[in-house]
Design a protein around this ligand. Sequence first.
Ligand SMILES: [Zn+2]
Length: 474
Amino acid sequence: MAYGERGRRRPPVVDLADRRALERYRPADPAVVGEARRLKEAALLDFGLTESAVASWLYAKCHHQIATTAVDTAAVVASGDGTCLLLFNPDFFVRLGLDGVKFVLFHEARHLVHRHLYAEPELRDDPVFELAAEVSINHVALVRLGRTALPTLNGRPTGIDPREVYEAYRADLTAHGLEPVPYETFIATDLRVHGELKRMRHPPVPQRRLCVHLAEGGVPADPETVDAVVSSVLLNSLLAARRGHAGAERELLDLMRRSEDGPARISRIWGNLGAGVLRGDTSRTRTVHWWQRWLVDVLGSKLRDGERLVYPKKRGALLAALGQEPMLARRGPVREKVLVIAYDTSGSMPQHVVTWLTGLVGRIDGVEAHWLSFDTVVMPFAPGERVYGGGGTSFQAVADYVEGRTEVDGRRLDVRPDAVVILTDGYAPAITPAEPEKWIWLITEGGSEWPETHTPAMACHRVPTETPPSGRPG
Ligand SMILES: [Zn+2]
């Protein structure tokens, strides 16, 4: 999906999912690349702080952001191996300047969200819907970024101006004796834009050159990757909103409102995500176990194998149980990932958490799981086995074992974990593991959440001690 492309359309000069080929292709002047990178970073910083939690999270998930002259503008590639790439033409970014770069990056992020929400083939195949998407997305970009006009390039506005399209719509309907709706109604929801454009005798057809993704063999947009990445982005934005990030809350509420007349699938997406909580609408929402969603998302990112993702054996069964769209996918033969789950048995362990974790791990394909219980010493066990513990707690004992320094029953852990999940009340001397980015802390109610404020901070979430009653976020 490439923004505002002008001039002659050309097929991609290299495979747009091939990072090395992209980097090799006619490298731009290093000074221009440096300036373009600076602009991109400044834009993403602004999104994160104030303007768009959704765009901020999306680009956080584009692990590769490549300055390349293989595209004329900018595009987000969702490749079949489960990764997203941001490609930007450095010269294009420098000529656009910061405001223009922000507009383009916001536009591209919204394109992916739009594609996730509106997956119906009859919409996808309708060229008027493509134009409606451009109109909708640019309208939202203008409003959210507080602009009065599209960004300009060489003194000319780039992209599709929603107000110009509206004027063409008004003229067409009036000429044919039909009553156009006011701009505010026309633009109110994504589908309304589409529906009104369809009332035209001669609906405009998007110029193919406007977007690389409109071209045959354009930007790769693997549907599974789009769904996985956007689901994760929406979940993280929602978690931010629940933690009191007002900007994230407004953005999600607006996104929900813009899609509320959409296909039933969309209300299921919002419902499953638990987004109703933002509207104070908990009665109609199913019980939302936030920590479970959070953990699936965090594990999904930590159990990636390079360019691949690990996914549940019974495709979708786990995520359906969680009320989510399938989001982890795995392709081809990959090395097993190693997961350590350690239970602090010095206190009382919430049985429903233990049961759920056992089920979760059992359903993740391609994972070698090591189960440990610990108090001041570490004791491996088999899943489902009863674990016993005594007094005292030592996280250091877990780190020592996980990092291969100590033996248990005469054996060392001879594998290097990709993720370590600790279920604990958090009360024991803090530690700094050798690879803190791999540690995930689940803290029981009333426990200490020190890993979150530790230096370096580690992934940390509270889990409810009791099964939360229906509707109460847990
Ligand atoms: Zn576009």
